[in-house]
Design a binder for this molecule. Structure first.
Ligand SMILES: NCc1[nH]cc(CCC(=O)O)c1CC(=O)O
Length: 322
């Protein structure tokens, strides 16, 4: 293998994330060339829910991998559909950034300090549902755009606050603008938030071997549990979902602790459940917790959250463009 061609979207966040992976691969002794790829999610100004939702970012990059135009791709794991892509493999899940959401509000305010009637911007059904369930008396307005655009709504005074992933701001060096790191007790992050997926063709043993040195087993176990929960829920629930797994010390060694949320966007119904399982069976833990959520009411949320007849299969929507 002469040069690893690493494909990336053009956004500031995507190029930063890809640059980080490129640096790690170069440290491991590889030559890396960055190849820019435009996706539908980057060029359309529509709300993501209108242009087809999950996977709009990943699809174009995956086509480039399958066509052989690039060898390696870096995704935000939370934007990656849960279904595996035939012919491709996630060869590394590097060590995760802080997975929590943050508030960027005017005048240094926190969620609890925002006066009644304040307007918070987010295009994420997951964030909307959990903030609405807090009962703060705030209004939630759908927005989208990159990190710069979204923070700009606050600096310009058109919104009182926006909610973003801490990981994105950390990678862009913009943590100074955060006014509150939101505790997962209030808002659970998206499954996979803060983690990257480094993907390549499964038939390229040389590339898989080069990339796999970046894998962090703890992060992989956590995101496997979170994504297995999401995948199990997708069969029977279109409600917004949050999930966070953490490695914890148990009596007989390492365990995984998984917390999850499902609810309605108007905040009138919320389910929070948690479960601890063995470190070695993350997917089993995720699907077991999903079944608990479904039994306890998540299955009925399909009707509660959609206006018309329930769709056969409506995948969960990703977060806004980064
Ligand atoms: N498509 C949105 C997206 N995808 C990944 C991140 C941030 C980094 C991460 O969660 O890994 C963001 C921005 C956000 O939600 O604020």
């Amino acid at each position: 293998m002469t040069v690893l061609r690493l494909g990336t979207r053009r956004s500031a966040l995507a190029t930063t994330q890809s640059g980080w992976v490129a640096d790690r691969l170069r440290e491991a002794g590889h030559d890396v060339e960055i190849v820019e790829i435009t996706t539908e999610g980057d060029v359309s100004g529509e709300l993501l829910t209108a242009i087809g939702g999950t996977g709009v970012f990943a699809a174009a990059i995956r086509r480039a991998l399958l066509d052989g135009r690039i060898d390696v791709a870096v995704h935000s794991l939370k934007d990656l559909p849960t279904a595996p892509e035939p012919g491709l493999v996630v060869a590394a899940v590097p060590v995760r950034e802080d997975s929590r959401d943050v508030l960027v509000a005017r005048d240094g305010l926190t969620l609890g300090e925002l006066p009644t009637g304040s307007v918070i911007g987010t295009g994420s059904p997951r964030r909307t549902a959990q903030i609405a369930a807090l009962g703060l008396g705030v209004e939630i307005r759908p927005i989208r755009g990159n990190v710069d655009t979204r923070i700009g709504f606050v600096s310009s005074g058109s919104l009182d606050a926006v909610v973003l992933a801490r990981a994105g701001l950390a990678r862009l060096g913009r943590l100074a603008e955060v006014t509150e790191v939101i505790d997962p007790i209030q808002v659970l992050p998206a499954p996979g938030q803060g983690a990257l997926a480094v993907e390549c063709r499964s038939d390229r043993d040389d590339v898989v071997a080069a990339v796999s040195v970046l894998d962090d087993p703890d992060t992989r176990a956590c995101v496997l549990a979170e994504r297995s929960l999401l995948a199990t829920l997708e069969a029977g629930c279109t409600a917004p979902v949050g999930a966070l797994a953490e490695v914890v010390e148990g009596d007989d060694g390492l365990e995984l602790s998984l917390r999850a949320f499902a609810g309605t966007e108007d905040g009138s119904f919320e389910l929070r459940r948690s479960l601890v399982g063995t470190y070695d069976e993350p997917e089993d833990l995720g699907s077991r917790l999903a079944r608990i959520l479904l039994e306890d009411g998540a299955a009925d949320l399909q009707v509660a959250t959609s206006a018309g007849p329930a769709p056969d299969h409506a995948p969960h929507q990703p977060e806004q463009v980064s």
